[in-house]
Design a protein around this ligand. Structure first.
Ligand code: PXG
Length: 459
């Protein structure tokens, strides 16, 4: 059996620089820092790098490793599935037992009316699936002029052409241009846009921005609104309570399909199985990925609500869409066991009642009053620490991102990983994290923010 060679960190770095292109990475900056970091092992919320350092994974990989690293149960079902039936396709009229079983298990957890599952391998792929289904739906309903896709600034919906276009990240748009018929509205980012307003006023203001755009484009041309219940990759933007009910009502009034992108929020992150349940949203589609398999194997799904599913079934004929690995039995087998363990261990309730509030409290206590911190925000087991230029004036750094990247290096030095979005440090640890580990995470985050503040002369 092949095993990976033993190499020194320097050797791994040399080979990496020679042959491996990293996603979302500036190769020159990485080279100037000495090269890639190589992670070699994981257990629970802990990672070990190739120099033997033990690091607290504050982001569950990339918001995905819900059950933590090293779960033997998931390895065991993966091995059994690979031995039994390593692959078969769901194209045409075939499929596998694991595929059917996982579809049923997901449907059991989703809000009412969201029972039809189309599998993919990544959140980006399933966003593409949904875009194609939205267009198909309106064509089948005899309204082909309903084509415009709305989403929000700072949204993240993936890295394919459709995902990058729907996303609201200017850097991504610059790389390859935008698909036509996509329009972005203001997100419920209170720290940036809600100055001088109450949470309630700002929530309504942000929802009204959506309606104003729908009216200016013409409701008869607007197909769908794509939105994460909480914007994760945009910096954990938690909407005020007044936001979602109004958005829902606006979409219904103008017959705009609502797509809830649950790639980060789904499977317990916000303290319910789905962000839609935390914020009481009844969408027409959901997009899921990441924690459905705890990131052990790639898997995603477009979940199709009753209204669209009925049209596809009754009028759609043959669906001209699919991926070789849609419903891959390995990924589905791991997904089934992952969902079983989440339920058996009561992880979602634990996020809601115990570790979620504990994370918010600990970060608030450690950093809420820090001179470099504008606010600590979050819900469930996702949180952001917004680093700012002037705390008293609520002034963000301009240009954004430089201090954030320095803080990220200090986080690694302090032995905690996170995701930096502009200048916000985002945390979303595995759902299995203990209270003591949360306290450790907050202490390490504080060390990193202190070191950053010293380095830029604020402390
Ligand atoms: N939608 C949402 C809401 C996401 O968060 C995707 C779609 C795309 O999924 P894939 O599986 O194609 O990556 C995502 C992914 C980050 C980060 O650190 C966030 C994501 C991916 C990578 C990094 O912010 N979100």
């Amino acid at each position: 059996m092949t095993t990976l060679p033993e190499r020194s960190t320097a050797q791994w770095r040399r080979l990496d620089a020679a042959h491996h292109i990293h996603p979302f990475t500036d190769p020159q900056r990485m080279a100037a820092r000495g090269g890639t970091r190589v992670l070699v092992r994981g257990e629970g919320v802990w990672l070990w790098d190739s120099d033997g350092n033990r690091i607290l994974d504050g982001l569950a990989g990339l918001w995905c490793v819900a059950l933590g690293y090293g779960r033997h149960e998931l390895a065991a079902v993966a091995e059994r599935q690979l031995r039994t039936l390593s692959y078969y396709s769901s194209f045409l009229d075939t499929t596998t037992p694991a595929t059917i079983e996982l579809a049923q298990k997901i449907a059991e957890r989703t809000p009412p009316g969201l029972d039809q599952i189309f599998f993919g391998n990544s959140g980006s792929e399933s966003i593409d699936t949904i875009v194609r289904m939205v267009r198909h739906f309106w064509n089948l309903e005899g309204r082909p002029e309903k084509k415009i896709l709305l989403s929000r600034e700072y949204a993240y919906h993936g890295s394919t052409l459709a995902g990058a276009s729907l996303g609201g990240m200017a850097g991504m748009h610059a790389m390859s241009g935008l698909l036509p018929d996509v329009s972005h509205v203001m997100p419920p980012y209170a720290y940036k846009y809600g100055r001088g307003m109450t949470q309630d006023e700002f929530g309504r203001r942000a929802a009204d921005a959506l309606e104003e755009r729908i009216l200016s484009l013409g409701p008869e041309r607007v197909a769908a609104f794509f939105a994460e219940p909480v914007q994760g990759g945009g910096g954990v933007l938690v909407p005020p309570p007044s936001y979602w009910p109004r958005v829902q009502e606006i979409c219904r009034r103008h017959d705009v399909l609502l797509v809830a992108d649950e790639v980060i929020c789904g499977f317990g992150r916000t303290g319910e199985w789905f962000g839609c349940q935390t914020f009481d949203i009844a969408p027409d589609f959901m997009n899921i990925a990441k924690a459905v398999t705890s990131g052990y194997v790639p898997l995603s799904a477009a979940i199709v609500g009753e209204r669209v599913a009925r049209t596809l079934r009754d009028k759609g004929g043959r669906l001209a869409h699919g991926y070789t690995y849609s419903g891959h039995p390995l990924a589905c087998a791991v997904g089934i066991e992952n969902l079983r363990l989440m339920a058996a261990e009561g992880l979602v309730e634990r996020v809601r009642d115990d570790v979620g509030p504990h994370l918010q409290r600990c970060l608030q206590e450690a950093l809420g009053d820090h001179p470099l911190v504008g606010e600590v925000r979050g819900v469930g087991l996702m949180a952001a620490v917004e680093l700012v230029r002037d705390r008293a004036k609520a002034e963000l750094f301009d240009p954004p991102g430089e201090v954030g990247l320095r803080a990220l290096d200090h986080c690694f030095d302090a032995g905690v990983t996170c995701r930096v979005v502009r200048d916000a440090l985002c945390f979303a640890p595995a759902l299995v994290i203990t209270r003591a580990e949360i306290e450790e995470l907050a202490a390490r985050a504080k060390r990193a923010v202190d070191a950053t503040a010293k380095a830029i002369g604020i402390l």
